[in-house]
Design a protein around this ligand. Sequence first.
Ligand SMILES: [Zn+2]
Length: 224
Amino acid sequence: MPHPSALSASVHRAVLDALAVVFPVSCAGCDVPDRDLCESCRQTLIPAPTMRRLPSGLEVRSGLLFEGEAARVLRAFKEDGRTSLARPLAVALEAAWPVGIDAVPVPVPASGPSLRRRGYAPVELVSRRAGWRPHRLLRVTRHTADQRMLAKDERAANLAGAMAVRPGAHRRSGGLPVVLVDDVVTTGATLEEAARALRAAGITVHGAVTVAATPRRRRSEDSS
Ligand SMILES: [Zn+2]
């Protein structure tokens, strides 16, 4: 199917209607039938960038708050294999990129088991939909406990030393600084570990961008 932007809105809708007959779907945000993403939920994905600074000083910019319909859409994209949601979510990711920065986007790596379970790497996919070329400079070196099961102070300990750079990472970054990319920031422990591994290899980390940030009042709810 051609990219929707190449079609008029009415043709686009007709295609969606036809597809809904063949592949019944419901909106990822609100379950209304026959739409992968309804117009009302699409509106909740309009970027409203925020910035927070982690304890290490790392600046994290996020396109959305991880709440309501936007959180449901992001979960459906990450957990239910609904890869068509990458494009609308990429709009939020793009909006989080720091203005005027020439840097290499580096996705936070998914662990082996989650990659095998899903069959795709959500962060890389949404980065590509944002028009970026993600550089796989990081790898997971050991299995860690699910961050969601841990208290805030346990999360950093759980992740310490859990990532390393891949061979040739410094050369592959082309001497440019990097910007880390992840789906959701909660405590920021995952991003801090990723930044630590890159800096240990002599790579400058300019900051991080995420599709969404957990609202501060409910930080412990999801992700890492
Ligand atoms: Zn909806």
